[in-house]
Design a protein around this ligand. Sequence first.
Ligand code: MG
Length: 203
Amino acid sequence: MKIFCVGRNYAEHAAELGNDVPQEPVIFMKPKSALLQSHIPFYYPEFTNELHYECELVLRICKNGKYIQEKFAGKYYDSITAGIDFTARDIQNELKSKGLPWEKAKAWDNSAVVGKWIPISKFPNRKNINFCLYKNKELVQQGNSGNMIFSFDQIISHISQYFSLNIGDLVFTGTPAGVGEVVVSDELEAFVEDDSVLLLNIK
Ligand code: MG
């Protein structure tokens, strides 16, 4: 199982971190060990002093493929949820400033959290799916798939030009504006439309 993530897929989020809007999808990966298993608590990692949440729509791949054309990409994922791409922002900023890879900031154990899966068939328009994140009951992020720079199908097609996609792979599709810090004892709750899909306490 592979976890693909898209960076800078919402213009306002690219701007809030001082990044340019990309001309093609920014793709990075997390290993299988990054996926937080359900019923395992999430612990604040020791190596960071600036842990950020990034709430994102996540797709689950249901069909093996490579070199997938955009017009067929919609057949390759069948479930969606919201997830958190946890980021050690202090480490990421240091690595970025040196032009070094991001893994230590993004791909550590349990840095990828996903919510309850919803069949994608429940959403007649995949370019109009709302999601949001509450921190301690306060709304902190709000997104809509229609505001993504690269659509689900463009992302799937692009990834598959480089990497084979396999059943069970996950794709984090990027975070909207409003990323921020969490500390121990914070509570995060993510929604897809009105459905609460994820509830997480930082231990
Ligand atoms: Mg992200």
